[in-house]
Write a protein that binds this ligand. Structure first.
Ligand code: IMP
Ligand code: MG
Length: 181
């Protein structure tokens, strides 16, 4: 097992649970029709699972799909290229679709996914990002639903990885870099 780096808590479990329920209520208030929630793998798996349960509590019955895209390689720097590693199976025609992702950073991944799903005839393609990290935004895209504004730090946990590790952490943490306290 890898040595554990110094991981500090940014958002704890209770804070996340409360915010995820609020996001579900925001989605419910928009009264989605024939909702398909598409979790973008891998980073969104924990958020998507909690969001699905929160939607159920908000009386919304979404279908769930999984779109595996690659953006980052093993390191912490984006390659800039997006590839489909596994496509969804459902027909999206005429449906309200919400793409769920862990972090909206450059926006390349979500813009790619949004264009792909829209081109298949979805009625709407909205975005729910757990974290919004606007500093390095390149693509013209905004998240319709945002869990938290994310400081410009490298975050891990709650589905998000550093070199494939630490996705299992139940909280959102960050690894302090030079200049952080
Ligand atoms: P982008 O918006 O296309 O740049 O891609 C964002 C993706 O990069 C996210 O879905 C994450 O998989 C990854 N990413 C960006 N920032 C971080 C971070 O701080 N920790 C872990 N993964 C990150
Ligand atoms: Mg990702």
């Amino acid at each position: 097992m890898a040595d554990k780096p110094d991981i500090r808590v940014l958002f704890d479990e209770d804070t996340i649970a409360q915010r995820v329920q609020e996001v579900a209520e925001e989605i419910a208030a928009d009264k989605p029709h024939n909702l398909l929630v598409v979790a973008i793998l891998k980073g969104s798996f924990m958020f998507a699972a909690d969001l699905a349960r929160a939607l159920h509590k908000s009386n919304i019955a979404p279908e769930m799909e999984f779109l595996h895209l690659s953006s980052y390689g093993k390191g912490t720097v984006s390659s800039g290229e997006v590839k489909v590693l596994r496509d969804i199976e459902s027909n999206v025609e005429g449906r309200d679709v919400i793409l769920v992702d862990d972090i909206l950073e450059s926006g390349r991944t979500l813009l790619f996914a949004q264009n792909m799903i829209a081109s298949r005839g979805a009625k709407s393609v909205r975005v729910a990002a757990l974290l919004d990290k606007p500093k390095n935004r390149i693509a013209e895209i905004k998240s319709d639903y945002i869990g938290f504004d994310c400081p410009d730090k490298f975050v891990v946990g709650y589905g998000m990885d550093m070199g494939h590790a630490w996705r299992q952490l139940p909280f959102i943490g960050y690894v302090p870099q030079e200049g952080d306290e």
